[in-house]
Write a protein that binds this ligand. Structure first.
Ligand code: IPE
Ligand code: MG
Length: 230
């Protein structure tokens, strides 16, 4: 979800105004994905590197996330959305926010219509290092480490691999997002800034994805598995 700062700068507003304006886009995209029958939607809200931003901006982002959780928890639940978080390990995360996150996950844990994963204080490299550490801690012999067994050590191992990544604002980088899981993801880079991103932009991205020919390194697209959004 990129481009909040640029959106604010275009209006001569502080960067935080862009973060505030992002809420409408988040809600619209969750609704659009839910309506489209997307089973797994992940939103990259805050990276392990975002802690380097000025303290005042980080503070606003933390407050906005907490406010959004409290405001939308019931609506998410009634729509059958299971809410999960990816990351959330840094001690700088305020206890009140950690509690609200835990409450939202507990409230929605049995929902299955769609799983919404909020990557917050997320770093793809950190997840890979943690997976390696857990294998070593358990004394797993090297020859028993396979791509499958490694993937099971990552957070949320039941999550399917990423099919499509949408990065707004025209920036074309991975920025440490789910590095293992995006190995064969399709990427789209709509120029629209995140606060302006709406359901129709999301539909367009899905349409671009549908037209892509996914070969996974082979020569022919594999037969659909019937899982996920294809
Ligand atoms: C939002 O956009 C992404 C977050 C980390 C919250 P940015 O804050 O990165 O906006 P730009 O890239 O400066 O426009
Ligand atoms: Mg940015």
């Amino acid at each position: 979800m990129d481009g909040n700062g640029q959106w604010a700068a275009q209006r001569s507003l502080p960067r935080t105004a862009g973060h505030r304006a992002a809420e409408a886009a988040v809600i619209d995209v969750i609704e659009a994905a839910h309506t489209a029958g997307v089973e797994w939607l992940s939103l990259y809200a805050f990276s392990t590197e975002n802690w380097r931003r000025p303290a005042a901006e980080v503070d606003v982002l933390l407050r906005l996330v907490r406010r959004a959780i409290r405001k939308h928890a019931l609506a998410l639940h009634t729509r059958g959305i299971r809410c999960r978080f990816l990351g959330v390990t840094d001690p700088r995360i305020p206890p009140a926010l950690a509690r609200d996150i835990a409450d939202l996950m507990a409230l929605t844990r049995d929902n299955r219509r769609m799983t919404l994963t909020v990557a917050f204080d997320h770093g793809g490299r950190r997840d890979i290092v943690e997976a390696a550490r857990s294998l070593i801690r358990d004394g797993v012999p090297p020859e028993q480490v396979t791509e499958e067994s490694f993937a099971r050590r990552l957070p949320h191992p039941d999550m399917p691999e990423v099919d499509l990544v949408i990065r707004t604002s025209g920036e074309q980088r991975i920025s440490n997002f789910m590095l293992w899981q995006v190995a064969y993801a399709e990427w789209v880079f709509p120029p629209v800034l995140w606060p302006d991103f709406r359901a129709e932009h999301f539909w367009e991205c899905l349409e671009v994805y549908r037209r892509r020919d996914r070969r996974f390194g082979g020569v022919q697209a594999p037969a659909p598995t019937g899982k996920g959004c294809r």
